[in-house]
Design a protein around this ligand. Structure first.
Ligand code: C2E
Ligand code: MG
Ligand code: MG
Ligand code: MG
Length: 291
């Protein structure tokens, strides 16, 4: 893409070329610096996982989604929406993804003896590039073994972009991990290019309705129709459906009425640091139930 921009700029004449070249140079340098900072970030312990509760219709917390946070010494908090795409392009996502997986499994193992935390699943986002790596399946199994985490508490969130791959090998990888007890969820469902024909072949446990459909659910009849269609599809395929980005009671009630049984969103909780999660769970413990 950079080559293309350069080519076009050259064609636009000498002055334009020099202007564009300088601008491009700055953009490329900024990117290279951010990339170097990303690599340093792991060594410098700048990454953290936050955990966003996923609740059922009774308000019981069933699990949490692990969401990556980067606290850079001078850049401050950098959003995953910024650095994940860069990490994907540079290949660094393999290392970062492994860090997330290891850290999530360590948490699962550490939470085993805590009455509030031990029943929870952790959902981990896996980028298509990471899943495509030939070492992925082995690394998940090895990480589970090394940390002593219960595989049935680990859920992997894939996006529809994995469907660009050879479906045979996709199904094979998922089947192997599922045989170990690992669960699979299809994230941001409806935003990619899922063919229903592929969807029926994937050994999934859950569909995750993208927040872009939930946002205007109460005002946009098209969004409401899509949400209802996904809920029906999930139930026909025997899959759990979770709605993400639930912010209001009205959205939750609509989703519930149409058969949704799992919810995630600011209405229940923002993503929380581990200590805040423990406090959140403690506050919701049924009265009279001791630790
Ligand atoms: P996602 O997996 O779809 O995660 C949901 C995003 O929605 C999170 O943003 C979450 O904080 C946000 N969210 C949750 N509830 C609400 C709500 O009620 N309203 C609104 N407006 N937003 C809500 P976040 O943490 O900024 O993450 C953005 C994306 O970055 C994630 O989208 C995921 O695609 C990616 N990401 C985050 N952590 C990881 C990771 O460890 N690995 C990979 N590969 N990607 C990650
Ligand atoms: Mg996700
Ligand atoms: Mg999502
Ligand atoms: Mg999303």
């Amino acid at each position: 893409q950079a080559d293309m921009a350069m080519y076009q700029a050259k064609g636009a004449g000498r002055n334009n070329y020099r202007f564009f070249d300088a601008e491009l140079q700055i953009a490329l340098t900024a990117r290279a610096t951010l990339e170097m900072d990303l690599r340093q970030g792991i060594a410098n312990n700048e990454f953290r996982l936050h955990f966003q509760p996923q609740v059922d219709a009774t308000g019981q917390v069933q699990g949490v989604e692990a969401l990556l946070r980067w606290q850079h010494p001078t850049r401050g908090n950098v959003s995953p929406a910024q650095f994940i795409p860069l990490a994907e392009q540079s290949g660094f996502i393999l290392e970062l993804g492994q860090w997330v997986l290891t850290t999530a499994c360590e948490k699962l193992a550490a939470w085993r003896h805590d009455p509030d935390l031990s029943p929870l699943r952790i959902a981990v986002n896996v980028s298509a590039k990471q899943f495509r790596s030939p070492r992925f399946v082995r690394s998940v199994i090895d990480t589970l073994t090394a940390t002593g985490a219960d595989p049935s508490r680990l859920e992997l969130e894939l996006t529809e972009s994995v469907l660009a791959d050879d479906v045979e090998s996709l199904v094979e990888k998922m089947t192997t991990l599922r045989a170990h007890g690992v669960l699979f969820s299809l994230d941001d469902f409806g935003t990619g290019y899922s063919s229903l024909n592929y969807l029926k072949r994937l050994p999934l446990d859950q569909l995750k309705i993208d927040q872009s459909f939930v946002r205007d659910l109460m005002t946009d009849p098209n969004d409401a129709a899509i949400v209802c269609a996904v809920l029906t599809l999930g139930s026909s395929l025997g899959l759990q459906v979770i709605a993400e980005g639930v912010e209001t009671d009205a959205q939750k009630d609509f989703l519930r009425r149409h058969g949704c049984a799992q919810f995630q969103g600011y209405l229940f909780s923002r993503p929380l640091a581990e200590e805040a999660l423990a406090t959140f769970l403690e506050a919701r413990r049924p009265v009279g139930q001791a630790a």
